[in-house]
Design a protein around this ligand. Sequence first.
Ligand SMILES: NC(=O)c1ccc[n+]([C@@H]2O[C@H](COP(=O)([O-])OP(=O)(O)OC[C@H]3O[C@@H](n4cnc5c(N)ncnc54)[C@H](O)[C@@H]3O)[C@@H](O)[C@H]2O)c1
Ligand SMILES: [Zn+2]
Length: 398
Amino acid sequence: MSTLDLSRHIVIESGAIERLDELVAAKGGSRVFVIIDSFLASPSVKLHEKVTAIFLKRGFACSFFSNYAGEPTTKNVKEAVQQLQSFQADCVVAVGGGSAIDLAKAVAVFSKNNEIKWSEISCQQQLKRLPLIAVPTTAGTGSEATKIMVITDPVTNVKMNPSHPDLIPDAAVLDPELTVSLPPSFTAYTGLDALTHAVEAYLSNRASQMTDLFALEAIRQIGLALPKAYEDGRDSDSRKDMILASCYAGLAFSNASTNLAHAAGRPLGAQFHIPHGLSVALLLPFVLEFGLESCPERYAKVAVALGADPSLSTEKLAQASIHIVEDYNERFGIWKDASKYLQPEQLMQAIPSLVIDALSGNGIDTNRKVPADQDIAGIYEKLAEKIKETSQQTLLNN
Ligand SMILES: NC(=O)c1ccc[n+]([C@@H]2O[C@H](COP(=O)([O-])OP(=O)(O)OC[C@H]3O[C@@H](n4cnc5c(N)ncnc54)[C@H](O)[C@@H]3O)[C@@H](O)[C@H]2O)c1
Ligand SMILES: [Zn+2]
């Protein structure tokens, strides 16, 4: 049996943020708690002023929260819930990347369930929450359309990722203009996160005909649009294709699961404070190599969706899928950027604890070739070797 949990309402249009007031009104809201990325609310961008004006048109009141740095933690959730409750909000809006959207998901839930434990969220029959509207400003996580939220416990440094259909926002507003200010590095990290979602969903042992549809189309569009968006951030067509493709990838993995690149990427990101997209992009080529024999036909379709010559043999195409992803990491500076966050020796030392954390999260049993602990250790070792090789190469070139 295959099931599909989908978004109720997705708008895509340049300037679609102007419709936020309509969407809030449709949910019966008038006091809006807006979680907004701090860069977007900074004096150089002032997106919060635009959002205030949109709500003022209808006489709606809003309160902004951007007091969090990096990816959200349980502490951020508590503080935001307190502010929301003293403002007496009746609706939550997220304007930002996956961090803002996941924080908004948690806040919408915890403001209605003060007593609920994180471990209980996924097994609730129904999850009470405030109305929730997501406006992504990165083209990456697809969180605006997924039933997952990722929140870090700052005490244990573990990224928790409960899942429930009621975590899918009531509306997603895809406004490609909002992603134009993303610098090339985060265009690449978040775009490769979307690619990893789509590829992992397509290769997952929970993939269905329905998720394949979204996954393959996401892979195809990302292959065409990401290099262009990376080279020229103002290219509006590629920004539009990326925001749509990341949403498709979200719909695919929300129903088919992510797999080993995410299972191993979560602890790597949490321990070394590596941006999420960068952490999974670093692992994807090694994870693909590990699973190659499990479904070469599917690997071959990934390569064709990424532009490889369909007349090649299945074996050659399957290999090509790995080479294309490695090539993206080269072109987008992913290998080089790794050394900003961790040194190969640190990574080698951390492997035993990373492996334990990777095995305790999701994405292990759904990986088509289920990894044992030494397989995951081997993947981290290959990454350490690659980071070392890249640093030596960079030294030689300078
Ligand atoms: N819920 C899900 O389904 C899901 C899926 C994948 C990842 N995640 C989680 O999402 C989080 C990562 O989200 P993300 O990758 O979108 O990044 P992010 O929201 O953390 O933002 C990354 C950086 O980009 C900046 N930024 C955001 N929008 C910008 C814009 N338009 N212009 C310029 N800068 C901008 C932010 O200030 C920040 O510095 C992680 O916690 C990850 O685990 C969630
Ligand atoms: Zn991801």
